[in-house]
Write a protein that binds this ligand. Structure first.
Ligand code: XLS
Ligand code: NI
Ligand code: NI
Length: 439
């Protein structure tokens, strides 16, 4: 094993009174909550691109963190050092999953044949290095937004040649996902949208994206991929308008093109808030449609209008997120930290602090969400609020077995209905605070 992080101990659970910066205060992997261990509830994953790639560069300044891992960036030696560092990092934290784009694993070559050869080589290396460990791939994806060829889109491009390159990348990324035992395959449509309708055929673009997805399903199933495909909705950035705006839009798209049996949602917290929704809203919409698959666990900054990809620290949000995830019966995917250290947090220690923060935030969220469900006041209130539908007429409405005439007659008979019962929002918000802070 490599020793990039020699001065950092293995991260263990020490409990809420510990002041050790390199210990979990809440994440206790073997603790059982609602019949499952914390590690079963919380399949945490490391995002290759942020953790092993991002060095703090922004549009105003160069990188602040050294992610060379002792090698020259852009070489296969560097790609392999990233594998070594990644595995050492995950082992120290007890993280079992990782997520990647093709070009996070290897530097892209000028000729796609050479890029594919490199992907074969690195995936052999990953398999060799993870052998005998319980570290596995959560999901893979093709980066179809970074290379200039995708400037007009990937599935939505105007160029048949570029469309072929998108297809080739998806095909190879699926091969590697299957080879690494991935649970899922993600489509995030970074360039699938438009800046202006003056130059865009929306119908053609959306149909071509759907066809690319259909071909991916057909090919994936033919090579033995049994996991879920995911759409990761995001409303904007880099495009002004992205087609997968939010969960409701993406679900509608999947149903329109008959893709809803093979696809689920990969919900990212920061994308939810960019779409002017809460994280919980996006999870809830996915859950009630049977399409909650996986999560990109991060958070945005309410004062900034872009994808800041911060490590999650907001326990209110993680509680409401875990509440939805518990109600969905868990995730088929996992909780991928699509999150990066802030630019001045530029040391190896900071990489660990970030993951300890994120993992403890979701562990606390899980503990508190389970308490909320056991407490029952929220669920009971919601049940009570809709109790009029338990009457005979209410049941007929629920089942769609009544008519406008029948309901109209009832209204005429009543002359004037009683006011519906109070929504009790302030009381319920107090219940949440009580569960969060009672100790
Ligand atoms: C960017 C997205 C991206 C996806 C994978 O905003 O979150 O990182 O998760 O392509
Ligand atoms: Ni993401
Ligand atoms: Ni994002």
């Amino acid at each position: 094993m490599s020793n990039f992080f020699d001065n950092i101990p293995e991260i263990k659970f020490e409990g809420k009174d510990s002041k050790n910066p390199f210990a979990f205060k809440y994440y206790d992997p073997k603790r059982v909550i609602m019949g499952k261990t914390m590690e079963e509830h919380l399949p945490f994953a490391m995002a290759w691109w942020h953790n092993l790639g991002a060095n703090g560069v922004d549009m105003f300044g160069r990188g602040t963190a050294d992610k060379s891992f002792g090698q020259t960036e852009g070489t296969m030696e560097h790609a392999k050092a990233k594998v070594d560092a990644g595995i050492e990092f995950m082992k120290k934290l007890g993280i079992k999953y990782y997520c990647w784009h093709d070009v996070d694993l290897v530097p892209e070559a000028d000729d796609i044949n050479e890029t594919n050869r490199r992907l074969d080589e690195i995936s052999d290396y990953i398999l060799e290095k993870t052998k005998g460990t319980d570290i596995k791939c959560l999901w893979g994806t093709a980066n179809m937004f970074g290379n200039p060829r995708f400037m007009n889109g990937a599935g939505s491009t105007n160029s048949v040649d570029v469309y072929c390159f998108a297809a080739a990348q998806v095909k190879k990324a699926l091969d590697i996902t299957v080879k690494l035992g991935g649970r899922g395959y993600v489509f995030w449509g970074g360039r699938e949208g438009y800046e202006t309708l003056l130059n865009t055929d929306v119908k053609l673009e959306q149909e071509n994206i759907a066809n690319l997805m259909k071909m991916a399903v057909k090919y994936g199933r033919s090579i033995g991929f049994t996991g879920d495909f995911y759409i990761e909705p995001k409303p904007k950035e880099p495009m002004k308008h992205q087609y997968d705006f939010d969960a409701a839009t993406a679900i509608g798209f999947l149903r329109q093109y008959g893709l809803d049996k093979d696809f689920k949602m990969n919900i990212e917290a920061n994308h939810a808030t960019l779409a002017q929704h809460t994280f919980q809203h996006e999870l809830c919409i996915s859950r009630i449609n049977g399409m909650l698959g996986s999560v990109d666990a991060n958070q945005g900054d309410p004062l900034l209008g872009w994808d800041t990809d911060e490590f999650p620290c907001n326990v209110y949000d993680s509680t409401m997120a875990m509440y939805e995830i518990l109600k969905a019966g868990g995730l088929t995917g996992g909780l991928n930290f699509d999150s990066k250290n802030r630019r001045p947090s530029n040391t190896y220690e900071d990489m660990f602090h970030a993951f300890i923060l994120g993992m403890d935030t979701f562990a606390l969220g899980l503990i508190k969400a389970a308490e909320l469900i056991e407490d029952g006041r929220i669920d009971n209130f919601i049940k009570e609020k809709y109790s009029s539908y338990e009457t005979e007429l209410g049941q007929k409405i629920r089942k769609g077995e009544t008519t406008l005439e029948e309901l109209s007659n009832k209204a005429l008979e009543l002359k004037k209905p009683e006011n519906p019962i109070s929504g009790r929002q302030e009381y319920l918000e107090g219940v949440i605070n009580n569960v969060l802070f009672r100790g």
